[in-house]
Every structure is written in structure tokens, then in C-alpha cells.
Design a protein around this ligand. Structure first.
Ligand code: FES
Length: 149
């Protein structure tokens, strides 16, 4: 009987196109809703840190830093694996790229920061993210990419 390693499973998954069902696999194909989406109330993000419950489905990570929330893409800018939160920020499980806690590259092979998405509060006080309009420059996204809660 053959013992399958994670590498073997990833090779089979890549060859058969079943990556979407596997954690950390290439081309996970998160499918965010188009336009502005409600990602919950500020109380859903109670402590400082990264919240990745929408990372695999909608491609969105919400980060709290003090009274501020910001939204990053969970899709690695190297070859589109889903990044995972780690103490220094985020790590890509595919080729080990590293990003800091605001998505800046700290280790290649990625050379571009994680995308930053516009974030705001709606009239009901819910957090709204638009993953269809990433900042042109994720390192200096400008107004509308941080919300105080
Ligand atoms: S896909 Fe993320 S480092 Fe290659």
C-alpha cells in the first residue's frame, strides 16, 4: 500500500483541477460577491489581529489594529494561493512568501503586497468591504482604506 504525502496529494490536486477543495492549494478561486459586501459588525472583530473566516470563500481578511479596521486580499500575489495568518503577519503555504500585518512583502518570491480593499461603515454600522476595487498602490492606499470603529 502506498503512503501519500501532502506533496503527493497536491500534485494530484493540481493535475486534476480539484484545488478549490484543498486548504492552501494553488488557485483556490475565492469568489467574492460583486461590489460592496457586509462583512459583519465591528464587534465581530473585537481584538487586535487578523480575521480570516472569509479568506477562502470571499478572499477577504479583516484586520483590527486598535480602533482601526482594514481589509486585505487573502490571495498571494505570487501564484494565488490563500495566505494564512502567522505572528508576523501572513505566510503563503505554497512557496513561503511572507507579508507583514498590513500586507507588505517581507519575504519572496512574492514582490507585490497583498491587495488592500476599500472599507467603510454603512448606515447600520456594519463593516462594508469592496473587493472589486483594490488600491492601485497597496503600500499607500490613500483615503477609504481604513475605518475607525
Ligand atoms: S503562491 Fe504564494 S508564494 Fe507562491
Amino acid at each position: 500500500m502506498t503512503d501519500w504525502t501532502r506533496r503527493d496529494l497536491l500534485k494530484v490536486a493540481a493535475a486534476t483541477g480539484c484545488c478549490g477543495a484543498m486548504s492552501g492549494c494553488k488557485f483556490p478561486d475565492p469568489t467574492p460577491p460583486r461590489g460592496q459586501v457586509d462583512v459583519g459588525a465591528p464587534v465581530d472583530y473585537p481584538k487586535d489581529g487578523a480575521y480570516d473566516r472569509l479568506a477562502k470563500t470571499w478572499g477577504i481578511i479583516v484586520i483590527r489594529k486598535g480602533s482601526e479596521l482594514l481589509a486585505l486580499s487573502s490571495v498571494c500575489t505570487h501564484e494565488k494561493c490563500i495566505v494564512q495568518p502567522v505572528p508576523e503577519g501572513f505566510r503563503c503555504p505554497c512557496h513561503n512568501s511572507g507579508y507583514n500585518d498590513t500586507g507588505g512583502v517581507i519575504r519572496g518570491p512574492s514582490i507585490r503586497p497583498l491587495d488592500r480593499f476599500p472599507i467603510s461603515l454603512n448606515a447600520s454600522g456594519h463593516v462594508i468591504v469592496d473587493s472589486t476595487k483594490p488600491a492601485d498602490d497597496p503600500a499607500n492606499p490613500g483615503d477609504g482604506f481604513v475605518v475607525n470603529v
